[in-house]
Ligand binder design. Structure first.
Ligand code: SF4
Length: 402
């Protein structure tokens, strides 16, 4: 078929302040065709009457809150951004690119059943250079449990279409420990992803978040959660399979071919600054974290009447709290905390404020420390969330002073 050519419009781009570090931009597009059973992100079915109003509100928020910093990465997630009609998606992309200019990494999330060739061409024409598909599994049985709309065939088609549109950086999200999933099925899903020539894989254990369909079904005994030992074995298998296939395991759940680590996520894991736009989006700028209202109507009305009213949470982190949070984020990375970088970013000496935790977890074989770094061991990664909770402010101040 003939491919549509889109022309970029000319924008008078606001000047950027070169004296400050580059930041990330995140845009939350809240529409999804249906709600997946495990999802606790803010999303709702696309409402035609609200699309234009949402696009208008997003543009207004971008114009009002652009801190005029250089932008290293843009990530449009959700929700499912590619559920937006073609024209509306184009307007949003124009607005973003018109402000940020070309960025090193520009990712858009898509579902295998929602990204047709026209939309993929549109994304490429606007400078999107990375696409992330919510593939989750190559088995229809797993996708049915997860209440996903697509089937495995759509994953292959979407990747093929993305390649044809010119994407050379593709991520697949995959989920393991799905009820009923066997080790063989998970291994096969990983191998099929690798065989597709994917550059980046995010592999998450299924979580039972409060309020989701799967949590309800589990509570009523309609599904049985995966055995903990099997889940741990699947995690270890993931590392073995993907590193053997040439991927770098650079974050607890993330794997990349050399040079393909996700810049947008690295900004979070290094606890650097980012601007969040859209309903439910979170920003972290100049020491202040704030969250937008997770309600599309309140977001649109707020942007029309009083843009400040869309902020539902706002806090300025104390330096010590900020240091603890930075430690927790950095521990997600396989390289862990680099003490000199940590000191530069926070003003604290990690080896001092976390003395108690370092002693405890290193002697248990869950962490490994050198004079310059602290990281989780493979066994430690299996307990990452538990261990990290010990690095949060209350625990840190107690344990660090022990
Ligand atoms: S497509 Fe993604 S954001 Fe939408 S409901 Fe499913 S998991 Fe949630």
């Amino acid at each position: 078929m003939d491919r549509i050519k889109y022309q970029n419009k000319a924008f008078a781009r606001p000047p950027r302040d070169a004296s400050l570090p580059a930041i990330g931009w995140y845009l939350h597009m809240p529409f999804c065709t249906t709600k997946c059973g495990y999802c606790d992100f803010y999303s709702l079915p696309s409402i035609p009457g609200l699309v234009d109003q949402l696009v208008h509100a997003l543009n207004a928020e971008m114009a009002g809150r652009d801190p005029c910093r250089h932008v290293e990465s843009v990530f449009i997630g959700g929700g499912t951004p590619t559920v937006l009609p073609l024209v509306a998606l184009g307007v949003v992309l124009d607005s973003v690119v018109g402000r940020t200019g070309p960025v090193a990494e520009f990712t858009v999330e898509a579902n295998p059943s929602s990204a047709d060739e026209l939309k993929l061409d549109l994304l490429r024409s606007r400078g999107v250079n990375r696409i992330s598909f919510g593939a989750q599994s190559f088995y229809a049985e797993d996708l049915a449990v997860l209440q996903r709309l697509h089937d495995p065939r759509h994953i292959v088609e979407s990747v093929t279409h993305a390649r044809a549109a010119g994407f050379d950086n593709v991520n697949l999200d995959l989920i393991y420990s799905v009820p009923g999933q066997t080790m063989g099925r998970w291994r096969d899903s990983l191998r099929r992803a690798v065989d597709l020539g994917i550059e980046h894989l995010s592999c998450y254990a299924l979580m039972y978040e409060p309020g989701t369909q799967l949590t309800q079904l589990r509570r009523h005994g309609r599904i049985v959660a995966c055995d903990e030992d099997l889940e741990a074995d699947m995690f270890e298998l993931t590392i073995d399979e993907l590193t053997a296939a040439g991927f770098e395991h650079y974050e607890v759940s993330n794997f990349a071919l050399p040079g393909r680590r996700c810049r947008a996520n690295l900004i979070y894991w290094q606890n650097r600054e980012y601007l969040g736009i859209g309903p439910s989006a979170v920003s972290y700028l100049e020491g202040i974290r704030q969250k937008n209202v997770p309600d599309i109507r309140k977001y649109i009305e707020g942007m029309q009447a009083d843009p400040e009213s869309i902020v539902v949470e706002k806090e300025k982190l104390a330096p010590f709290d900020r240091a603890c949070e930075t430690a927790v984020q950095m521990l997600r990375l396989t390289e862990g905390i680099k003490f000199d970088l940590f000191h530069r970013l926070t003003g604290f000496d990690a080896a001092v404020i976390f003395t108690g935790q370092i002693r405890r977890y290193c002697s248990a074989g869950l962490m490994h420390a050198t004079p310059d770094t602290l990281r989780l061991t493979r066994r430690g990664m299996l307990l990452a969330n538990r261990i990290m909770s010990d690095f949060l402010p209350d625990e840190a101040s107690v344990a660090g002073n022990a």
